[in-house]
Design a protein around this ligand. Structure first.
Ligand SMILES: N[C@@H](CCC(=O)N[C@@H](CS)C(=O)NCC(=O)O)C(=O)O
Length: 272
């Protein structure tokens, strides 16, 4: 049986959940607390996923540590069931689909999300700076104690320094405006969608999966106005009706109670 290590409100976890739901791949849910307990930094999870991020998909002879890999795996699984296969199997469309997926992965969803939070709730900056500095202090202690893992831990420290350089040192409205421009340019680059179809024809594709998660995040961040194209708005309305959309638990608003519940549930998750 496959196990998906993921966090309820996490963007890339949602990519994995939607990809697996669209491909009809069943898995056991292993919820993680990446926010307060920070289970992604624990030595046991680090062994599973050295990037210390979610999602991770584990199964017999399978370990995928990135949502992009899980998306490819899901497309391959879908291809094995003709009634569920995605447009990705169509050689004439594969390259354009891959470009659309790569364009999505070039966006910094985290910068968009927290740029918005900080632009609208400036008090959150102190919380975020304290959190990132605290994590780095802990990682630096770990580096001293575990020289064999120093390179990976050091990479995480550098990533947090880069986050501080954006969220602490730059004005949030400028950070947000930059991300809004990038998302707008990405959305403008997508192909025109015909009524009742998906991005690349009559079947969904990997690009539809990532666009659905992007739209969910834009909705949650109050940035859905960036979806200005009428064809994409109608695509988004239709996508939300797909059974996989509900099955994948895509968050279009922050659900405080469910967030807390997921943190409690995550306490029981083991990684070995
Ligand atoms: N490239 C990775 C990115 C994963 C990622 O950044 N996940 C976030 C949650 S959406 C995470 O685990 N953050 C925790 C951390 O960076 O400590 C993927 O696509 O899986």
């Amino acid at each position: 049986m496959l196990e998906l290590f993921h966090a309820a409100p996490s963007y890339y976890s949602m990519v994995a959940r939607l990809a697996l739901a669209e491909a009809g791949v069943a898995y056991v849910s292993r919820l993680m607390d990446i926010h307060l307990a920070k289970q992604q930094l624990s030595p046991a999870y680090r062994k599973l996923n050295p990037h210390m991020t979610v999602p991770t998909l584990r199964g017999p002879g399978l370990l995928l540590t990135d949502s992009a890999q899980i998306l490819i795996y899901a497309a391959q699984q879908a291809a094995q069931r003709p009634e569920q296969s995605w447009a990705d199997v169509d050689a004439s469309r594969a390259e354009a689909i891959q470009r659309a997926v790569a364009g999505h992965y070039a966006l910094s969803i985290e910068t968009l999300t927290f740029g918005k939070v900080l632009a609208t709730r400036p008090w959150f900056k102190a919380v975020m700076v304290r959190m990132l500095s605290g994590i780095n202090a802990k990682l630096e202690r770990d580096i001293a104690g575990k020289p064999d893992q120093a390179a990976l831990l050091e990479a995480k420290v550098q990533q947090n320094r880069a986050r501080l350089a954006v969220f602490r040192d730059r004005p949030a409205p400028a950070v947000l405006a930059e991300q809004q421009d990038q998302v707008a340019a990405y959305l403008a680059s997508l192909p025109p969608v015909v009524a009742s179809g998906w991005l690349f024809g009559a079947r969904i594709s990997s690009a539809d999966v990532v666009l659905a998660v992007l739209c969910s995040r834009l909705a949650m961040a109050g940035e859905l106005a960036l979806l200005s194209r009428a064809d994409l708005q109608s695509w988004w309305q239709r996508y939300q009706q797909r059974p996989a959309f509900a099955a994948a638990d895509l968050w279009t608003r922050f659900q405080r109670r469910r967030f807390v519940q997921s943190l409690l549930e995550a306490r029981h998750t083991r990684f070995s």
